[in-house]
Ligand binder design. Structure first.
Ligand SMILES: *[C@@H]1O[C@H](CO)[C@@H](O)[C@H](O)[C@H]1NC(C)=O
Ligand SMILES: *[C@@H]1O[C@H](CO)[C@@H](O)[C@H](O)[C@H]1NC(C)=O
Ligand SMILES: *[C@@H]1O[C@H](CO)[C@@H](O)[C@H](O)[C@H]1NC(C)=O
Ligand SMILES: *[C@@H]1O[C@H](CO)[C@@H](O)[C@H](O)[C@H]1NC(C)=O
Ligand SMILES: *[C@@H]1O[C@H](CO)[C@@H](O)[C@H](O)[C@H]1NC(C)=O
Ligand SMILES: *[C@@H]1O[C@H](CO)[C@@H](O)[C@H](O)[C@H]1NC(C)=O
Ligand SMILES: *[C@@H]1O[C@H](CO)[C@@H](O)[C@H](O)[C@H]1NC(C)=O
Ligand SMILES: *[C@@H]1O[C@H](CO)[C@@H](O)[C@H](O)[C@H]1NC(C)=O
Length: 403
């Protein structure tokens, strides 16, 4: 009896605590874009409604606020969602489909971005498995100088860009047909990009999946990329980058190096790619730098990688040149060191599975090949070939092919 008297209130208290904590998500203040005038018919411009919902959420002093995008189709012109915000945490919950304006004159003010999230702390963008960003890129690809060489090169908008965000999570979303890059993280800290699918046609120009620039501590996990350019590009000033459980192809593989500009400094370090599958890509694991670059690309580890019919499964190219005329020979280069290739198997569509074309002036150092087994796709009884210049390497276990 005494027992009951004591435990009953305690149990009640526990239940109350449990109810309070489990109910709390509903207490998050929600800002539904429809309450700010969004039509959600896929034709009407809903940019103002999104912008208004964002401003109200961002200015709110509630601890945790939610911007809610219900399951409809919304057309947006370029919008910047800017911080810093008053609330401790903001969730952008996208259940529906967000499509880009196809009217190019909408991009005149800022030709480089469609949607920008900037200077926000503790943001989560969650698609719950149904959310989609669609860049409607076709109108842009047609006029790209990479597709039609007789046209001048102009800048194209990135689809979704995060700039200067800290403690960021982007998850359970689809990105498709970006005008240029699908998803870009620039100068961000502590990022998790989880369960994403990024798709665009194989021949769409510069449609990288995830672009990482000047970003520290980023974890990319469980993502599928099928695009016209790099699945993941990791460039200038990025540090502590992890990519795990990646499916890539078609596309240009995972690329590490300096930003797409000559003379730029790379300074990329601590990259770990673990468990990735490449299928029908032009490159697999690529480190590429331009002559005349500076800085370093170091402490890079690739493990547990499978290649299916990949043209260049392993490549370091310090003579990368993407212009029609040959690039001028220059003395300076990005220093590449401490690169580990471990447990890499599969097939190459060309005869050459490994190419190390390092700088004469800054040879690649500390390259380790461990348990490499790459065959020729056409004839799997044959080991593929390796071509190596200016590289200092070691072999552990078996490496086939090797320099
Ligand atoms: C949106 O953000 C980008 C990147 O910071 C900036 O270049 C652009 O001017 C901004 N646009 C507006 C309308 O504020
Ligand atoms: C594109 O936008 C401009 C400026 O707002 C407008 O004048 C033009 O009619 C639009 N074009 C189309 C095809 O909607
Ligand atoms: C390339 O652009 C030129 C100039 O605008 C145009 O005349 C030509 O039809 C385009 N070619 C293709 C294949 O679209
Ligand atoms: C890169 O630097 C070299 C040497 O300093 C210079 O000659 C060249 O014009 C530069 N290229 C670019 C695209 O800035
Ligand atoms: C890259 O690193 C080098 C060597 O540490 C340094 O001299 C250079 O200033 C760095 N560049 C940038 C843009 O951070
Ligand atoms: C790499 O794969 C091997 C065998 O498939 C596994 O034992 C190992 O744990 C993996 N390494 C990592 C870091 O996941
Ligand atoms: C293998 O790759 C080559 C070169 O990219 C391509 O032409 C060929 O169609 C691919 N084969 C298969 C079966 O995908
Ligand atoms: C390295 O790249 C240069 C410039 O593209 C090229 O001329 C050379 O043949 C390449 N060397 C190897 C070993 O691939």
């Amino acid at each position: 009896m005494l027992m009951k008297i004591i435990t009953l209130p305690a149990t009640l208290l526990l239940i109350l605590i449990f109810l309070a904590s489990s109910a709390s998500p509903d207490h998050h203040r929600k800002f539904n874009v429809h309450d700010f005038g969004a039509k959600g018919d896929g034709i009407t411009d809903d940019s103002k409604a999104f912008n208004e919902a964002w401003k109200r959420a961002c200015n709110s002093w509630e601890k945790h606020v939610v911007v809610l995008v219900p399951n409809s189709k919304y057309m947006l012109k370029p919008v910047n969602f800017s911080g810093p915000c008053n609330s401790d945490q903001i969730t952008f919950k996208i259940k529906g489909k967000i499509v880009a304006s196809e009217n190019r004159s909408d991009y005149e003010k800022d030709t480089e971005h469609w949607l920008v999230f900037e200077e926000i702390h503790n943001l989560r963008v969650d698609g719950g498995g149904t959310g989609i960003f669609d860049g409607k890129g076709r109108v842009w690809w047609q006029t790209s100088c990479k597709v039609n060489r007789s046209l001048p090169c102009t800048s194209l908008p990135y689809a979704v860009t995060f700039i200067g965000c800290t403690k960021l999570r982007v998850e359970n979303l689809k990105f498709r047909n970006a005008q240029k890059m699908h998803l870009s993280f620039e100068r961000c800290e502590k990022v998790r990009a989880l369960n994403l699918r990024l798709t665009a046609p194989e021949h769409s120009p510069n449609t990288d999946g995830i672009h990482v620039e000047g970003t520290h501590n980023i974890n990319i996990r469980n993502c599928v990329m099928r695009t016209g350019d790099d699945c993941i590009s990791i460039v200038s000033g990025s540090k502590n980058v992890r990519a795990t459980d990646i499916t890539c192809g078609p596309g240009h593989g995972i690329s590490i190096g300096s930003l797409g500009a000559r003379n730029s400094s790379a300074n990329v370090s601590n990259v770990f790619v673990n468990r990735a599958i490449f299928s029908g890509t032009t490159n697999g694991l690529r480190i590429k730098t331009w002559q005349g670059g500076s800085g370093y690309a170091k402490k890079i580890r690739f493990e547990n990688i499978t290649m299916h019919n990949v043209t260049n499964p392993i490549i370091i190219d310090q003579y990368y040149c993407d212009q029609v005329e040959p690039c001028q020979e220059q003395v300076s280069a990005v220093q590449i060191s401490k690169v580990v290739y471990r447990s890499i198997q599969g097939t190459s569509s060309a005869g050459e599975a490994i190419r190390f074309n390092c700088s004469k002036h800054f040879p690649c150092q500390g390259i380790l090949l461990e348990d490499i087994n790459l065959k020729s796709y056409g004839d799997v009884r044959q080991s593929a070939k390796a071509s190596c210049s200016n590289v200092k390497f070691k072999i552990k276990g078996k490496a086939s092919p090797s320099c």
